[in-house]
Design a binder for this molecule. Sequence first.
Ligand SMILES: O=C(O)C1=C[C@@H](OP(=O)(O)O)[C@@H](O)[C@H](O)C1
Ligand SMILES: C=C(OP(=O)(O)O)C(=O)O
Length: 443
Amino acid sequence: MSHSAEPLPMTARRSGPLTGEAKVPGDKSISHRALILGALAVGETHITGLLEGQDVLDTASAMRAFGARVERLGEGEWRVDGVGTGGFAEPEGVIDCGNSGTGVRLIMGAMATTPITATFTGDASLSRRPMGRVTDPLEQFGCEVTAREGKCLPVTIKGAADPVPVRYRTPVASAQIKSAVLLAGLNAPGETVVIESEPTRDHTERMLAGFGASIRTETTDEGHVITLQGRPELKPQPVAVPRDPSSAAFPVAAALIVPGSEIRVPGVSRNPTRDGLYATLLEMGADITFENPREEGGEPVADLLVRHGPLKGVTVPPDRAASMIDEFPILSVIACFAAGATVMQGVHELRVKESDRIDAMAVGLRANGAKVEDSPDSMTVHGQGGLTGGATCATHLDHRIAMSFLVAGLASEQPIRVDDGGPITTSFPDFLPLMRGLGAQID
Ligand SMILES: O=C(O)C1=C[C@@H](OP(=O)(O)O)[C@@H](O)[C@H](O)C1
Ligand SMILES: C=C(OP(=O)(O)O)C(=O)O
């Protein structure tokens, strides 16, 4: 579902030291996958720590529409009664994935090799995003796709009655493309293979293995090669969703740039395929310690202790981009408070997210006094140890753009306003109370 049509302006003001504990919500990527794999397993999957953001709630509704029983038992606690690989029923209505690229692309993959027809829609942001990157490889399995001009939503897929397995090299580093192909491969006979040049987040592979699928990953001369044996019987597993490192990035950034701050962020995933921002922050000289490292629900996690301190600009290499793809907007804010230039390379994918994130950040930061350069594939912020603020930023239906500018306003000289904070509920429904609890002035 799309969030309410009424824009929700918000303002962040210079705040005193942020202190306390920031319990950020469950990981969005893992939450989508838990619901989808739960729906494709035979029997009952019990999920704890599920992110109850709109993106994930839309995936839960979609799984119901395809015939799974999906029930909320309590806060973050959900039960999914799955229909088995290839067991999806034809949905009666249109599948509205709201704002979520992950939701729509993974669900298209999950139904493309079952002989049913489904039509997918989304909000204005999702309707602008490219779907051909997923529907092209799905057609190779034998499904039929009709889409709006430019291969955008609405998309209708007539699933393959007699699917064939696929060997596919992803043209861009994208876990959504990889995952859509693997999920389609679940109901194709034989081996489905995905080859990526750069490794991307591996939650689908980890969870498929956890649910009993035969899946292996090798690094060869061809790249990163993932091979899935089709038609497994997926066995329900308890899934404990770790806290989302992409959501943690916002309170972490706020603590780094607001003088005198010291916060703890417990139980955050430290999956190496998601860790690029934290590697970058350490190179910038950030005072972050990772305490109590442990394994939870098949993912490495740690408690973060974050303190304000001086930061210096760095160059982020292109081969790190995939491991921090959603964190560049907030990194560009942190970079304004560092000394010297922060250069972000290989970031062209940011142009096809909920908004063109390079443009949205460059325009908004410049309006608030920052010196920013951008190219089709890069962004450079010339850090001046602070930000003037005072301007209103357009968020373009993009939760990460909204949260990034609100964090910036906590340490800028003048308040920073966003035109619409409504989309924040897609990934971080408790962002405002959590940040206010640390001492942030946002209203
Ligand atoms: O697979 C996933 O859960 C995601 C993959 C990334 O997208 P791409 O696959 O388009 O890079 C990321 O930006 C998105 O927030 C979540
Ligand atoms: C890009 C994002 O999500 P999605 O692609 O699922 O819309 C994000 O959460 O930053």
